[in-house]
Design a protein around this ligand. Structure first.
Ligand code: ADP
Ligand code: SF4
Length: 694
């Protein structure tokens, strides 16, 4: 048993750590991260944070918290502490976190030219005269001395309010290029000629004042943390950890009670596993910090391995293990380490669906953790589920993300579960997509679930079992969940072409993503990848084929490659990677015809036609649901009057989407199966409805 052999190995992670006037119960630190709930959905937000505290995180932080109407991030629902009226909502969080013995931290932020002020219509403040970070016709005006005095006053007031709301740790925040404190620090942004610009000492002045004044205001009972991006990951074009980054830490070394260090911008800090597969990818940037300060240090790096965590602490690199995404994928990560249940950790796959939700201004969702964001509105707990109803068994057909999650939760509820899949290995699309370049970590979706299912006495797994309706009847289990997935179309039907393409001329080979995922190589090049899906897969296939040495032409009706990946902070990297690989990028082009010589493209804007030579085409357009088995069963039910069989489509077979959607749907089906039907509101979900009070 892990719990016996590893006893004591991770004790160091559970030592209490003093931070200024407060003490964290252990070294697990949920650093600030967005939830897409914030000030708009305070109950839901508090429930997310409470779950982290329940799962053993010793410190649980808010997301960035606007300190004033001049830092209004609308439409993104971050946290807000404009005045005392915001405190009751924040208290929901601090109380919930304290109930589980954790410390509550708040990240105060004035976003300068990163704020939209769409709601407040306030002037936008900049370190200089400059355009606004988000695409906006409005410009930021350079802050004058009275603006700076006001900013310091607002920060001080927000700190006082934060203390009143019950926070134990109060942040000043200079990271991600997203706050004035950071914008003042950066030499390539700040071109002021007064005492706040020019030399590093001058550029650090504002942040020094903010930290000192926060300490003065609340330092008697609250710790003051400083979040600082030590490196912009731009080489000599930006701030570097070994140069000014280090100099800033040296100048302020003992001033804050805690250093929270990372890299900027957000796309570098929250880089996906597709572009940075290694856990601890920030360590080389931040490892100097503890040599410069005696204060505790927290850092992130998609940490999920307890051995690495212990090593980081023992080597004197960090005092706290910081995490945003790993705490989202598994809020119970600390408790699982403590109890030695290491294989039960749902490891983050680094897909950034959570990040995409923030960029969409919607409540957070997670591929690995389908309960994330559902804690309050549906009452879902990542580690608990209601026991079974009156049925004793269930059959799940299809072992992709939806089928695996459904089977796992049905097993958790106490049903005898039979899971059958046509393939020789479980995992469905999580397995097949993980074979593509950069997506290896996505296999964790199936690995975690398959490992759990294999341990269960109440689960029977059948591979190489392609079931027909008669087989399902023969098995004799009445409760049937069909997670049979979806397949990519080869006929060209997609967003830009509802009619599809005529059957292909001989000489051109047409493949779909399934062929590539199954290891088939295009037989001749150049290979044209047609991306009318415009999400992520076509770009991944392009990188996979480039790595195999194919000459690739990438055609898309979109104006950029993989536009959806702007939400996951990957789009620029994808476009850069394809361009650097010499891919022929044809944007704004619809594939209108395939001829013996290649493809005919039509410009989205002018309808002008052009010919392009290729030998193979990979169609990434739309998917069709695999409902054949469902249709057969329904047909048999009609003919043979088999009303006692309940059959439900789940996952991509019910509606193609992301892996996150399939996992969620499988989870939901298992929860709702034989559940007590509640009140109308609870049947869907609870809502935070604005109270119409004077
Ligand atoms: P989802 O994302 O909804 O989980 P996937 O496409 O990842 O869907 O997985 C579908 C799985 O269902 C695949 O592993 C496939 O082999 C399996 N499958 C599809 N049809 C059948 C069938 N008739 N019998 C058994 N397994 C099936
Ligand atoms: Fe990790 Fe993806 Fe979940 Fe975000 S959505 S926490 S990146 S698994």
């Amino acid at each position: 048993m892990w719990s016996v052999s590893l006893a004591g190995a991770f004790d160091i992670l559970f030592e209490p750590i003093k931070v200024g006037p407060v003490t964290a119960p252990n070294r697990f630190f949920q650093v600030p991260h967005c939830t897409g709930m914030g000030h708009l959905r305070p109950r839901a937000d508090a429930a997310v944070r409470a779950m982290k505290a329940e799962g053993g995180w010793g410190v649980v932080s808010t997301q960035e918290t606007e300190i004033h109407p001049t830092s209004d991030l609308t439409p993104y629902p971050e946290q807000r502490i404009w005045d005392a009226r915001d405190l009751p909502a924040l208290q929901l969080m601090t109380q919930a976190v304290h109930e589980h013995g954790a410390l509550a931290a708040i990240e105060l932020a004035h976003n300068g030219n990163h704020a939209s002020n769409h709601l407040s219509r306030a002037p936008i403040f900049g370190v200089n005269e400059m355009s606004v970070d988000l695409l906006s016709p409005r410009q930021a005006r350079q802050m004058d001395k009275s603006d700076i005095r006001n900013l310091r006053k607002w920060h001080r007031l927000a700190a006082r309010h934060a203390k009143e709301a019950g926070f134990d740790i109060i942040y000043a925040y200079a990271g991600h290029h997203m706050t004035l404190a950071h914008q003042f620090l950066l030499p390539d942004v700040n071109d002021r000629v007064d005492e706040y610009g020019g030399s590093l000492k001058n550029r650090v002045r504002l942040i020094r004042e903010l930290i000192e004044e926060t300490k003065e205001e609340v330092g008697d009972s609250c710790a003051v943390a400083f979040r600082f991006a030590v490196d912009e990951v731009k080489g000599s074009d930006g701030m570097q950890a070994q140069e000014e980054g280090r100099a800033v830490v040296e100048m302020l070394a003992e001033l804050p009670d805690l250093w929270d260090v990372n890299v900027s911008d957000w796309a570098n800090d929250s880089v996906t596993s597709r572009f940075e597969p290694n856990e601890g990818y920030q360590t080389s940037y931040i490892e100097f910090v503890k040599q410069v300060t005696t204060k505790p240090v927290v850092a992130v790096g998609r940490f999920t391995s307890p051995d690495m965590m212990v090593s980081l602490v023992r080597r004197g690199i960090v005092d706290f293990i910081g995490a945003a995404r790993p705490s989202i994928a598994d809020p119970f990560l600390p408790k699982k380490i403590k109890s030695g249940q290491l294989e039960a950790i749902r490891e983050c796959i680094g897909c950034n669906i959570c990040v995409a939700c923030d960029n969409l201004a919607i409540p957070i969702r997670c591929t690995q953790n389908p309960t994330m964001g559902e804690e309050w509105r549906r009452g879902w707990h990542p580690e608990k589920i209601a026991p079974k109803g009156s049925a004793s068994s269930a059959l799940v057909v299809g072992g992709g993300p939806a089928g695996l999650e459904c089977a796992l939760q049905l097993s958790n509820r106490g049903y005898d579960v039979t899971l059958a899949d046509a393939n020789s290995e479980l995992g469905g699309r999580a397995l097949s997509e993980s074979r593509l370049k950069g997506l290896a970590a996505w296999k964790r979706v199936s690995d975690y679930r398959v490992y759990e299912l294999q341990k269960r006495a109440n689960v029977s797994l059948f591979l190489n079992s392609s079931l027909q309706a008669e087989d399902v009847l023969e098995i004799g289990i009445q409760q049937v969940f069909l997670a049979t997935g979806a397949r990519w179309r080869s006929d060209g039907v997609g967003r830009s072409n509802r009619a599809g393409l005529l059957p292909c001329e001989p000489g051109i080979e047409v493949l779909t993503p399934e062929h590539i995922m199954a290891g088939q190589k295009p037989s001749a090049g150049p290979v044209l990848i047609y991306d009318d899906d415009q999400i992520y897969l076509a770009g991944v296939i392009a990188e996979t084929l480039i790595a195999q040495g194919h000459e690739v032409i990438f055609v898309t009706p979109a104006s950029i490659v993989s536009p959806w990946c702007e939400l996951t902070l990957e789009q620029e990297r994808i476009q850069k990677s394809l361009l650097n690989s010499g891919v022929d990028l044809q944007t704004g082009q619809v594939l209108s015809k395939l001829t013996e010589q290649g493809a005919v493209l039509s410009c989205v804007y002018s309808n002008r036609m052009s010919n392009i030579h290729c030998k193979s085409v990979i169609m990434v357009t739309e998917r069709q649901r695999n409902t054949g088995l469902f249709d057969q069963i329904v047909q048999l039910q009609l003919v043979r009057d088999l009303q006692q069989i309940s059959v439900k489509l789940i996952g991509d077979a019910a509606g193609p989407g992301l892996i996150a959607d399939a996992v969620y749907d499988g989870h939901m089906a298992a929860r709702q199966f034989e559940s007590n039907s509640g009140e109308a509101e609870l049947e869907f979900f609870k809502r935070e409805i604005i109270a119409l009070e004077d």
